[in-house]
Design a protein around this ligand. Structure first.
Ligand code: NAD
Length: 473
């Protein structure tokens, strides 16, 4: 079997040969990736069910269709994206050709998490291919069935010279990271992200970090409680709460909480029936270890369970659980929950809700529910988060035109649609100089004079328009 080093050398040689550069090569590979998804939908759904008991409906929407849409969008637009962008110039460079050329970075490493094991590999891969890179893919070892399927299918559909899957966990990833890559795209926990950054620092490798955190849902003012409860329950308990953008905790007034709780009970009963454990539409916790962590977290909480709370290790079931009467010092508020437990913290004012959010690390997503657009705007303007969505959860990440990524501790960089292509491209600043305008060009040469300095400044200074914007000619 080839060593990691040999795989990397093979890909590096392919990249150096220039094979990935022509638009036609990129489009053919993207088309093959689309065929991989179309030809193997049944196997993919089976693997996702094996890993997470992912309901077909959720898997189709959040693993297959989301990347198929991204692929189609990229295939349709790539010919435009790869065009150089011409920039404005000043008088001294008027005859020159000044443009930004998007170039591939080289051999990139994509490391991903287990909760959306297909989407989180294929999504970044689309941009890596589109931008003309070679890529090593390192799926999560925890979602084993999907990891194996990717290792089997990727070489069948994509160029083996340019793309490879390396399987394994912490040990294999650590040794892989000893090599020099041209970019590392990592999706996973904040703890492991620190290792990734340390390893990248040794080679000064640029990194994209797609991390998690605690995504708040602030509900304030009048809302359609039944609709709000349905949207909240759907976005929280989708994939059994194992979504990086799931609402992690709810902030609302006591009055709102009392209205919301019966509406949540109703929504849960409508979605999953009286016994969610029997519902084929409710997923499972990925491993025993993750189930143990959630059980311990719930046990440590000082809050009062008002819905759910039951679980069974045998089938890694954890009931949709709602917990109240807790404050921000509670165990459930110290780490990302990443499971079907929803704490509701009561607040007395909008200011208090905003200040709770702002005291914590910047989240990956922030949700504000209110009929009053002024309240939504206030939350938007006074907080920071990777993404923002009002009156719903998760859906802002489903359109490829919005960049998806974190800020602060929830990540750096972004992707989806054109943003993935940009992430894996180098914007090379190019100036093709003419021999003309030498009368201006020669002003810069010694011996320096005050007069030449004056003319040069006139010819090169960015002019400020009266209404405040700067422009060059
Ligand atoms: P993880 O950090 O345990 O694992 C992610 C990847 O890192 C896996 O491929 C794993 O093999 C590798 N890895 C694990 N330990 C390692 C180590 N010591 N050194 C090097 N590599 C190592 O993360 P996870 O549990 O798989 O994912 C859960 C986290 O990911 C949550 O915080 C969630 O919010 C976040 N997440 C973020 C996004 C996003 O798009 N922002 C998406 C999904 C998940």
């Amino acid at each position: 079997m080839e060593s990691q080093k040999q795989v990397l050398e093979r890909l590096r040689a392919a990249f150096q040969s220039g094979v990935t550069v022509p638009l036609q090569f990129r489009l053919t590979q993207l088309q093959s990736l689309l065929s991989l998804l179309e030809d193997n939908e049944t196997q993919i759904l089976e693997a996702l069910h094996k890993d997470l008991a992912k309901p077909k409906f959720e898997a189709v929407l959040s693993e297959i269709d989301i990347v198929v849409n991204d692929l189609c969008y990229t295939i349709s637009n790539l010919a435009t994206w790869i065009q150089p962008s011409y920039v404005s110039k000043n008088l001294a460079t008027k005859l020159d050709e000044c443009f930004i050329r998007k170039e591939p970075l080289g051999v990139v490493l994509i490391i991903s998490a287990w909760n959306y094991p297909l989407q989180l590999i294929v999504g970044p891969l689309i941009g890596a291919i589109a931008a003309g890179n070679c890529a090593i893919l390192k799926p999560s070892e925890i979602s084993r069935a999907t990891e194996r399927l990717l290792a089997e299918l990727i070489p069948k559909y994509l160029s083996q010279e340019c793309f490879a899957v390396i399987c394994g966990g912490a040990e294999e990833t650590t040794s892989l990271l000893e090599n020099r890559f041209d970019h590392i795209f990592y999706t996973g926990s904040q703890a492991v992200a620190r290792n990734i950054l340390r390893a990248a620092a040794a080679h000064l490798t640029p990194v994209t970090l797609e991390l998690g955190g605690k995504c708040p849902c602030l509900i304030y003012g009048n809302v359609n409680v039944l609709a709000a409860a349905k949207r909240l329950v759907w976005s929280k308990f989708f994939n059994a709460g194992q979504s990086c953008v799931a609402p992690d905790y709810v902030l609302c007034t006591l009055e709102m909480r009392e209205e919301l709780l019966p509406a949540i009970v109703k929504a849960l009963a409508t979605f999953y029936g009286s016994e969610p454990r029997q519902s084929v539409d409710f997923g499972r916790i990925v491993t025993d270890r993750h189930w143990d962590r959630l059980t311990a977290l719930l046990a440590k909480s000082q809050g009062r369970v008002v819905i759910g709370g039951d679980s069974s290790k045998e089938d890694k079931y954890f009931a949709p659980t709602v917990i109240v009467d807790l404050d921000t010092s509670d165990a459930l508020m110290q780490e990302e929950i990443f499971g079907p437990i929803m704490p509701i913290i009561t607040i007395e004012s909008l200011d208090q809700g905003i200040s709770i959010i702002n005291r914590m690390e910047k989240p990956l997503a922030l949700y504000a529910f209110s009929d009053d657009s002024k309240i939504v705007t206030t939350v938007l303007e006074r907080t920071s988060s990777g993404g923002f969505c009002s009156n719903d959860g998760i859906v802002h990440m489903t359109i490829p035109t919005l960049p998806f990524g974190g800020v602060g501790a929830s990540g750096m960089g972004s992707y989806h649609g054109r943003w993935t292509y940009e992430t894996f491209s180098h914007r090379r600043a190019c100036m093709l100089r003419s021999w003309g305008l030498e009368r201006i060009g020669m002003l810069r040469y010694p011996p320096y004079t005050e007069s030449n300095l004056g003319w040069l400044r006139w010819a090169t200074t960015t002019k400020k328009k009266s209404w405040g914007w700067c422009s060059v000619m």
